[in-house]
Design a protein around this ligand. Structure first.
Ligand code: G3I
Length: 445
């Protein structure tokens, strides 16, 4: 039934819905996944409204990966013991299949959004003895095996254990940890792998993107799991970030140490929230855009990072305002009316640049300068289309905003040598005699 609805939807949206020059188009070319979480009301009650059409047009046109925001969690899938409900998750998986999207499964084990029959085992957050270790292990095995078997071959990446660490890097005292003990994590991965050996299995958390006590705890745990031969394939960094408070060096370092272990790293729930007193200001939206671009660039520069998924793509559907009592918001790449924000264009430009397409980062259409977007030699040449070829300075920064090279008194048309540049994406900023800045991204191979 839903499949018919999707075919009808295609006829309404038009065959060109998977647009060229979209996030998805460029991500596909790089063999990367770019995605968003989705909300069930756009798939069920609200399928044919204009808002829903706009929503699906963006979802299908811009993304090649999808994750259910709530519909595959424990409370949604096993509301009563051993009585499973797959309908909403199935609808989303079918949608993904119809539109050629990869999927993430979220999530098999969490301390939150558990059904009442599980949380009955806690009183004031403490194990009340309702469940023995063996009983809870059997419940967990049944839940994980049933879900992973049901969606076998359909879920590319499973979030197996979600948010199991406290801020100090020790294991959270959830019902699973209190009743079963720390080895519930090992078992969860083993059962998931047994049910679908081809699925990629992740441990994920929030607030552990950079180097800190929590991420040190995670690093030690995944080393331990790998040492024991537990089938874990990667770590998910949720990336619920706040503008003007992101340490990209630290995130890069953490990604590196995890991938050095042979693990994959996914950015699984990206949003960058803005404080209410900065809402809709140009300064905040431009800063947020740069931050989205920088984060995506860390991801694209990492060979062992397959998926970059946002937690909703529109401010209209974001969890942030509700969960912060309105003190933060505007965290997504589309606004309340599903119009692309500067952050969307920053992602698009970053993807284009990684595909070797020259992009002018300044929004003014009149950038008189251009460079060859892919640098294979040790020099570049800035060319000028206008009669004013001179500029005073040229600065090269990396995607984390670090200044790498500053060059003075450069003339358009002449080679500029930059032999010290390593592989990666950079931004070249040139400043003309009138102090206008022009930005161009390039890729050093
Ligand atoms: O299902 C009830 C519905 O019956 C009721 O009518 C309605 C009234 O408010 O509430 C519904 O439950 C809501 C649920 O989402 C499903 O829509 C809860 O109130 C609401 O708190 C819940 O929020 C979700 C949150 O997880 C819960 O912690 C967000 O939508 C979801 O985006 C968010 O996702 C988490 C990730 O799973 C893990 N990482 C953090 C991320 C953000 O919190």
């Amino acid at each position: 039934m839903k499949r018919i609805a999707y075919v009808l939807l295609l006829s309404i949206l038009g065959p060109g819905v998977v647009a060229q020059d979209s996030l998805r188009y460029w991500a596909d070319k790089l063999d990367k996944y770019i995605g968003s979480s989705v909300e069930d009301y756009f798939f069920l009650n609200d399928f044919w409204t204009m808002t829903s059409r706009t929503y699906h047009k963006i979802m299908i046109g811009q993304f090649n990966m999808i994750v259910a925001g709530n519909e595959m969690k424990f409370d949604a899938t096993e509301p009563q013991r051993n009585l499973f409900s797959f309908t909403k998750g199935d609808i989303m998986m079918e949608y993904a299949g119809t539109w050629g999207m990869a999927t993430r499964g979220h999530c098999l084990l969490w301390h939150n959004q558990l059904p009442g029959w599980i949380t009955a085992g806690l009183t004031d957050g403490v194990d009340n003895g309702l469940y023995s270790r063996d009983t809870l292990l059997a419940i967990l095995e049944n839940h994980i095996t049933t879900l992973v078997t049901h969606w076998k071959g359909k879920v590319r990446e499973w979030d197996v254990v979600n948010e199991v660490f406290d801020g100090d890097g020790t294991l959270r005292e959830s019902i699973w940890q209190q009743v079963i003990g720390d080895d519930y994590i090992d078992s969860a991965f083993v059962w998931a792998h047994r049910a679908d050996p081809d699925a990629l299995l992740f441990l994920l958390d929030y607030g552990a993107e950079g180097l800190n006590s929590k991420s040190h705890g995670i690093y030690a745990k995944v080393q331990e799991l790998l040492g024991k031969g537990i089938p874990i394939h990667g770590v998910g960094m949720q990336c619920h970030l706040t503008t003007n408070d992101i340490n990209f060096y630290s995130i890069e370092s953490n990604v590196k140490r995890l991938t050095d272990l042979g693990l994959l790293v996914c950015f699984t729930e990206v949003d960058i929230k803005i404080p209410a007193d900065e809402f809709s200001t140009d300064v905040a939206l431009q800063r947020q855009a740069r931050e989205y671009g920088q984060l995506l660039s860390i991801f694209l520069n990492c060979e062992q990072c397959p998926s970059f998924v946002m937690w909703a793509f529109s401010d209209n559907d974001s969890w942030i305002p509700d969960h912060t009592a309105g003190t933060y918001g505007q965290a997504c790449i589309y606004n309340l009316k599903y119009q692309p924000k500067p952050a969307y264009y920053a992602l698009l430009d970053t993807l284009r640049a990684h595909n070797g397409v020259n992009v002018g980062l300044n929004t003014a259409a009149s950038n008189p300068f251009s460079i060859v977007p892919t640098l294979v030699d040790d020099h570049f040449i800035v060319t000028s289309e206008t009669g004013s070829p001179e500029f005073t300075t040229a600065v090269i920064t990396d995607m984390a905003g670090r200044q790498i090279v500053k060059l003075k008194e450069i003339t358009a048309g002449e080679p500029v040598y930059v032999s010290a540049l390593g592989k990666g994406t950079y931004v070249l900023t040139v400043t003309d005699r009138n102090d206008n800045h022009y930005l161009m991204k390039f890729l050093k191979k």
